[in-house]
Ligand binder design. Structure first.
Ligand code: OOG
Ligand code: NI
Length: 466
């Protein structure tokens, strides 16, 4: 009898994120340096910050600290996005959130494919921030049509990846051998392409309209453009990058450093200018023409508490206030962080306020002392009183998603000194979902459900229901 060992989606995702990490460190040595710097800073932080070390130990995260947290790609067509959605589903990654980057002058809209249940997030939270080019925002109709025809000609997936996908979808799983094969085939989609699919002149035309248009349209695949490890001290990474030969983007995106971290802070080294061979313009197109292209960089992230819609409104309001007063300080991260800290003084920075003002999402658990009360309490005891008595503990739920203003900042810092464009059209979630073939999940629904499930469990244990 044939034994059919199959790997879980979580295991396949880990194979995939490991393989991507290896490939990217080989392809972009500066990224390997970043990974090393982050590792050094994380170890140092674990030795010098007992609270952080305790938190990491409590969550059993020592062994997973070094895992990359996300990567990003940009695709050109609905079919490409739809296929990616199906491929990522095999790895337990589902589209969460809609990000409109057009309002920040980048002609794409995006989602993040990521694990959605707590267990899977625990095992490996790897996500891919995936952007779809919005050709509808490209005004030059001739270039738009040329872009369409270039995109129509390419297939970013190998035949074997397509075959394994359809087998997996019809049988419901992949065997261990198939899973390994699948990961190595899908890796080809994200590999750097040294050969562009167009001439240098055509590339330059696209690049002038928007560098992102050139990045998506002029190659036969959506090279992974960055990977992002997790750091325990992003301020230290930002500060130390130059000494390691990296040019950091000017400012750290997101909220300032706080006692109770919220949402997501990110920084990166700037995209490298890399050699590319363009299609020759001689009659036989055999004389490849050397040139360069900038797309690939390395990023780091540090995550904090997920905010409720109310908390998010406050964050957005303070951030936009900061952006108005910050413009002049933008060129200096120290000033930027100092002003952010001032403005964010209005955002409560202790867990009790964050919880009682319902600014953040929390997970509730019965404590050891609470276990002794199991089954003996009444459902009419309020959660607040259970916490006051020490029977229930509340811990922040970590934010697993992205921030459109920060993402735009990351995009912008890698687009060179081009003037920022303005697009008239607004967000187009329906068009994005149509291309994807399904709705994106709402991140707040996921956090709210996680919070509510933990509350239900607390009452089930303490009051003995069900
Ligand atoms: C994606 C930029 C957004 C993030 O971490 O916010 C992003 C890209 O440059 O394609 O990855
Ligand atoms: Ni990123």
């Amino acid at each position: 009898m044939a034994l059919n060992f199959s790997l879980s989606a979580d295991d396949i995702r880990t194979l995939f994120s490991d393989a991507m990490s290896q490939m990217y460190q080989q392809e972009v040595p500066q990224y390997a340096t970043l990974v090393q710097l982050v590792e050094e800073i994380n170890q140092h932080t674990l030795h010098t910050e007992p609270d952080i070390a305790a938190q990491v130990a409590l969550n059993n995260e020592q062994d997973r600290l070094h895992l990359e947290r996300h990567g990003a790609i940009r695709v050109g067509t609905a079919e490409e996005l739809n296929m990616l959605g199906r491929m990522f589903a095999l790895m337990g990654m589902y589209p969460v959130g809609y990000y409109d980057l057009s309002s920040a002058g980048v002609p794409v809209h995006s989602t993040a494919f990521r694990p959605i249940d707590e267990n899977s997030l625990q095992k490996n939270p790897f996500r891919i921030f995936t952007s779809l080019l919005r050709l509808d925002l490209i005004e030059d109709s001739e270039l738009r049509e040329q872009a369409q025809s270039l995109l129509a000609k390419r297939d970013i997936f190998t035949a074997k990846a397509r075959l394994l996908l359809s087998q997996a979808e019809s049988v419901g799983h992949l065997s261990t051998a198939q899973a390994h094969q699948f990961v190595s085939e899908i890796l080809e989609t994200f590999r750097w392409q040294q050969h562009a699919s167009v001439s240098l002149a055509t590339y330059q035309q696209f690049n002038t309209v928007h560098p992102l248009l050139a990045d998506v349209v002029c190659f036969n695949g959506p090279h992974i453009n960055h990977l992002t490890p997790r750091t325990l001290d992003i301020d230290a990474v930002q500060q130390k990058m130059p000494a390691y030969g990296m040019t950091p983007k000017t400012i750290i995106e997101g909220p300032p450093r706080r006692r109770c971290p919220i949402l997501l802070r990110q920084t990166s080294f700037k995209a490298l200018e890399e050699p590319v061979l363009f299609v020759g313009e001689d009659t036989k197109k055999t004389q490849a023409q050397p040139g360069t292209h900038s797309a690939r960089f390395g990023e780091v992230e540090q995550r904090g508490m997920a905010l409720t819609p109310k908390g998010r409104v406050l964050y957005d309001e303070l951030l936009s206030r900061a952006r108005h007063t910050l413009a002049a300080a933008e060129q200096n991260n120290h000033k930027h962080q100092a002003q952010l800290t001032d403005i964010f003084a209005e955002f409560p920075d202790d867990e009790l306020s964050l919880r009682t003002q319902q600014l953040g999402y929390f997970r509730y658990q019965v404590t050891q002392a609470g276990q002794e009360q199991a089954g003996s309490l009444s459902a009419s005891d309020s959660l607040a009183s259970l916490i006051d008595q020490g029977w229930v503990r509340a811990t922040p739920i970590i934010y697993e998603d992205f921030l459109p203003v920060s993402a735009a900042g990351i995009f912008q810092s890698n687009l060179g000194d081009q003037p920022q464009r303005q697009y008239q059209q607004s967000a187009s979630q329906a068009a994005f979902e149509h291309a994807l073939g399904c709705p994106v999940l709402d991140e707040c629904d996921l956090y709210a459900k996680q919070q509510q499930d933990s509350i239900d469990e607390v009452y089930r244990v303490l009051c003995g229901h069900n």
